[in-house]
Design a protein around this ligand. Structure first.
Ligand SMILES: Cc1cc2nc3c(=O)[nH]c(=O)nc-3n(C[C@H](O)[C@H](O)[C@H](O)COP(=O)(O)O)c2cc1C
Length: 262
């Protein structure tokens, strides 16, 4: 069983490629979070968690879901993270999570994908993003082959620098992640409500036709990237950085890789 979380579609893309290779089903953690239901996952094959890296670790909401979901059956678990460049010491924290939930840690791997940290970076041009996604497909297929063979996957990431990024820096990120100064363009907002329905943590409500943000933001930036009129920004930070959403259909010549939105 493949469980994925995504803000802008990269991890959904990765989950879909793995699912196709492994003939597995996928579960959207976005939907699980959105509905707030308690979920039981039964699987007689290894669990595969696919998620973006946020500040060099799994997003806290993903860690939370792994702690909350009732798993029955196979206790082997793999982690496949998508990232713009580097996952720090994320593997160490995935291992710790396994110890707490009695999972047998089978592996961790980072796959490079287009970056979406719009607060800091300019978003990749369409062509550049497609090249990165195209290069990710054989990497994902190789990961799937290791999973299918039941092999351990290792992606070592020791060192002081990684420990610092995934430790104190990650803690600071999580402490301040909900302090985001969103601004809405009065002229561009069309009151479509997509930001509200795309927010995985129900942090947005539409009031008098405009999105109102709560204090629960996890910085997935789905609202910013998926707004059809680019009406949402973070004051002074995102206005000039563009937008990114993983394309839904990509023709990689050998095969059409189909991904659904969200
Ligand atoms: C809040 C936030 C933090 C991020 N932190 C990292 C990071 O530590 N290392 C990295 O390489 N990429 C980082 N990224 C980039 C994403 O992990 C990467 O683009 C990922 O593929 C996005 O996946 P998604 O489209 O499934 O949301 C970050 C993105 C966001 C929004």
């Amino acid at each position: 069983m493949i469980l994925y979380f995504t803000g802008t579609g990269n991890s959904k893309f990765a989950a879909d490629v793995l699912a196709e290779e492994l003939h597995e089903q996928t579960i959207s953690l976005n939907e699980v979070m959105k509905k707030g239901e308690s979920v039981t996952v039964e699987s007689d094959r290894p669990i595969v968690i696919v998620s973006p890296v946020y500040a060099w670790r799994l997003p806290c909401v993903v860690e939370e879901q792994i702690r909350k979901i009732k798993f029955s059956g196979d206790r082997d678990i793999y982690f496949v993270v998508t990232m713009a460049s580097d996952f720090g010491a994320c593997e160490k924290y995935c291992r710790k999570l396994c110890e707490k939930r009695w999972f047998a840690f089978k592996g961790f791997c980072g796959v490079r994908m287009p970056g979406n940290y719009v607060v800091h970076d300019k978003m990749p041009a369409e062509n550049a993003a497609e090249q990165i996604l195209k290069a990710a497909v054989p990497v994902l297929k190789e990961i799937a082959a290791h999973i299918a063979a039941g092999e351990m996957i290792t992606c070592p990431s020791g060192g002081m620098k990684n420990a610092f990024k995934s430790g104190p820096v990650n803690r600071a990120f999580n402490k301040f992640k909900n302090k985001v100064d969103f601004i809405i363009s009065e002229t561009d907002c069309i009151s479509c409500g997509q930001c509200e329905s795309n927010c995985p943590v129900n942090n947005i409500t539409i009031e008098r036709g405009r999105p109102v943000f709560g204090t629960n933001c996890i910085q997935c930036f789905s609202c910013i990237h998926r707004c059809p009129t680019e009406a949402i920004d973070i004051k002074g930070k995102t206005e000039k950085n563009g937008r990114y959403v993983c394309p839904e259909y990509l023709d990689f010549k050998s095969k059409m890789v189909k991904t659904r939105s969200r």
